[in-house]
Design a protein around this ligand. Structure first.
Ligand SMILES: Nc1ncnc2c1ncn2[C@@H]1O[C@H](COP(=O)(O)OP(=O)(O)OP(=O)(O)O)[C@@H](O)[C@H]1O
Length: 143
């Protein structure tokens, strides 16, 4: 979408480039733009559905694009639920169904996966956002 925030466009680019098995860890405060970035990912993966944060389920799955997208939001989960999910995801789930996994509030994960891309989003005083690709390469982008 042409009038979407730059955060969306960053996600869209990533979605067009990523291959199955990629894990995107998203960090940042309320309203920083994590869901917006995942919506862009969905567009880059050519998923026609609207992407919203999972509220009543642990994972929203989309299988209608080029590659499956798994969208998680850890905000409302208890630490024990996060830990259980963490174990299932990294040692069971992803191996079976390779797709793109995007995790909001990833700072809550007790274990990091072996291979991932970590992006932090921050509010700026002028209303824009600062995106920092924290891993694998430190890089800051004003969005
Ligand atoms: N680069 C940007 N510049 C200005 N506004 C932006 C930018 N990126 C996202 N936004 C806007 O910020 C608002 C909040 O975004 P979003 O819901 O994606 O945040 P979030 O991090 O997922 O929040 P939460 O943690 O509450 O789920 C949206 O209205 C979105 O359009």
């Amino acid at each position: 979408m042409a009038d979407s925030p730059a955060t969306y466009h960053l996600g869209q680019r990533l979605g067009a480039l990523l291959s199955p098995g990629s894990i995107i860890l998203l960090e940042g405060d309320l309203g920083a733009g994590k869901t917006t970035l995942v919506q862009g990912l969905g567009a880059g993966l050519e998923i026609p559905e609207n992407i919203e944060s999972p509220t009543f389920t642990l994972i929203n799955e989309y299988h209608s694009g080029r590659i499956p997208l798994y969208h998680l939001d850890l905000y409302r989960l208890e630490p024990s639920e996060v830990e259980q999910l963490n174990i299932e995801l990294y040692w069971e789930g992803i191996e079976v169904t390779p797709g793109i996994t995007a995790i909001e509030w990833a700072e809550r994960l007790p274990y990091q996966p072996d291979d991932f891309i970590k992006i932090g989003l921050k509010h700026q005083d002028d209303g824009s956002r600062l995106a920092e690709i924290i891993y694998p390469e430190s890089l800051q982008l004003k969005l």
